[in-house]
Write a protein that binds this ligand. Structure first.
Ligand SMILES: Cc1cc2nc3c(=O)[nH]c(=O)nc-3n(C[C@H](O)[C@H](O)[C@H](O)COP(=O)(O)OP(=O)(O)OC[C@H]3O[C@@H](n4cnc5c(N)ncnc54)[C@H](O)[C@@H]3O)c2cc1C
Length: 492
């Protein structure tokens, strides 16, 4: 008889692990607290508009290709390459830069801003390439069994990168570029990790290699949620069972193994092994009651920023914006310093606007635009009260209107706002932190919650909260690692 696996959580990590498992002949059941699959990679359909709720682009498409190969399927969704990758608009001079993979075309915009930009960019990208190539397979794509394994892997990284260990992203970028515009644009990628360039390690500058060279940014034909829909279709073909509206709140053990997960209605879900896609730290604390992951301990860890997300259906088109657009204010450094911890002033936030209907016109009725705004804000550990949500959201909409020189507030047909409270409650994200545990050195690799349980040999973890880390491609890799562990467990 096929071994039974229960997966707690139908986020991308849970779905990808499920497909890998079912293709290997396991009998899989997915338990999800929400009424649909996808987790943060989700969708809102409202007033004739469709919105992707969280991820709006990704890099490293080759990880999805590898996943499809591993599962013996043709990838069921199509990538759309972003060109430009994104735009960055500055408040002080109104200038908008278009970020192209073609470095000469990108550099042309810095003619009067930074001398020798193209040469500097190439030098910077060469260092990013070296960092990527020297760490990707040894550190990121290795399923470290223990902290010792991880430290051994680090010791194999070329020592020439050692000096970078003592710098943050901003300091590293500042060694290559002198203008503020260039420094801000190149270091912006740190915000994609839910951090700022001032508290993100310089090692993450390897992401510049993935965005500019290997291999750019992508969306998905039909919208990001097609990833989830098509994976669910594949899983149903494999007879995977889904139990939605099923929140895991307890468990039972037997002879040193986990015997079942218990849902909020008291139903026991028995299996031979379990994959937890819910947050690996929070689940250990809240469900398994592990002292090392108590609320006090979790609060002492570093969590990424919260996300304030605004979903707008607009009458009329917005030719002034591309698919992905960043709107920066006047004081990058000061703003970055404050957003994590200072909830006081959110009237002039930095934010990101994704015009979903540019690449996927089906997301909006004819002549309309479907817009998704993300603003990094303090998580609930720093700002608990969101009574001012309308004030903050309206200030962002007003600022965006000013930047595109068109008042969109009178053309809003549909409006939905998620604060960190919503993100916390919908997906069990600790303190509403959008990207989970910060990718600081002491919370990555062997220091991150492990993908195999400390107590039960038949419990494994897949998703952004375990190794290798956050973001869609990393989650796909995590599903591979979790399934390797399941296989090893049954083979032992
Ligand atoms: C606003 C925002 C924008 C983002 N943008 C991008 C982007 O552009 N590109 C990118 O690559 N990444 C982006 N990310 C990050 C990306 O969304 C995550 O890294 C990824 O989706 C995490 O997938 P996961 O499967 O690990 O977790 P989740 O998507 O969080 O899935 C976990 C699932 O477990 C369920 N669950 C939790 N607890 C329980 C329980 N007790 N019982 C049952 N079910 C439970 C949850 O409901 C959820 O469905 C963004 C995140 C946010 C918040």
């Amino acid at each position: 008889m096929a071994k039974r696996i229960c997966i707690a959580g139908a986020g991308l990590g849970g779905l990808a692990a499920a497909l890998r498992l079912v293709k290997k002949g396991y009998d899989v059941t997915i338990l999800e607290k929400n009424p649909n699959a996808g987790g943060r990679l989700n969708q809102i359909k409202k007033d004739g508009f469709t919105f992707d709720t969280g991820p709006s682009f990704f890099s490293m498409t080759y990880e999805f290709d590898e996943f499809a190969r591993d599962c013996g399927i043709t990838l069921p969704f199509k990538f759309i390459e972003l060109d430009p990758l994104y735009t960055v608009n500055f408040l002080q001079n109104g200038k908008t830069y278009r970020i192209y993979k073609d470095i000469s075309r990108f550099a042309a915009q810095f003619k009067d801003v930074e001398t020798g930009f193209e040469h500097k960019m190439k030098r910077y990208l060469e260092k990013s390439r070296q960092l990527f190539e020297d760490t990707y397979h040894v550190v990121i794509k290795t399923n470290h069994g223990s902290l010792f394994d991880y430290l051994m892997a680090l010791s194999r990284v070329n020592p020439k990168h050692l000096p970078i260990v003592f710098s943050n992203f901003w300091q590293h970028v500042s060694r290559y570029f002198s203008s503020d515009d260039a420094r801000q644009i190149i270091s912006l990628v740190a915000f994609f990790l839910g951090r700022t360039p001032f508290d993100t390690h310089a090692v993450y500058s390897l992401l510049s290699h993935t965005e500019f060279v290997h291999n750019g940014y992508y969306n998905v034909e039909g919208g990001m949620y097609r990833i989830v829909e098509t994976l669910v279709e594949e899983l149903k073909k494999g007879k995977v069972r889904f139990a939605f509206n099923t929140e895991i709140t307890g468990y039972h053990e037997n002879a040193g193994l986990l015997s079942d997960l218990t849902d909020h209605q008291g139903k026991n879900w028995e299996a031979d092994a379990f994959v937890i896609n819910a947050d690996a730290a929070l689940f250990r604390g809240m469900i398994f009651n592990r002292p090392a992951f108590s609320t006090e301990k979790l609060d002492r860890m570093e969590w990424t920023m919260g996300s304030l997300t605004i979903y707008l259906g607009i009458k009329g088109k917005i030719p002034q914006a591309e698919h992905h657009n960043y709107y920066l204010g006047k004081n990058y450094k000061d703003y970055a310093k404050k957003i994590l911890i200072n909830p006081g002033k959110l009237e002039k936030p930095y934010y990101y606007v994704n015009v979903l209907s540019k690449l996927n016109p089906g997301c909006a009725p004819p002549g309309c635009e479907s817009i998704f705004i993300v603003c990094p804000v303090p998580h609930l550990g720093y700002k608990k009260n969101w009574d001012d949500v309308d004030l903050v959201a309206d200030s962002i909409i007003a600022d965006f209107s000013a930047r595109i020189n068109r008042n969109i507030s009178k053309d809003i047909i549909s409006k939905t706002v998620y604060t960190p409270v919503d993100w916390q409650n919908k997906f069990n994200l600790f303190r509403g932190s959008g990207f989970g545990l910060s990718p600081k050195m002491m919370q990555t690799g062997g220091f991150r919650p492990r993908n195999h349980d400390e107590r039960y040999r038949n419990v494994f973890y897949a998703g952004a909260s375990t190794i290798p880390g956050t973001g869609l491609p990393m989650v796909i890799i995590s599903s591979k690692f979790a399934v390797e562990r399941v296989e090893k467990y049954f083979a032992a």
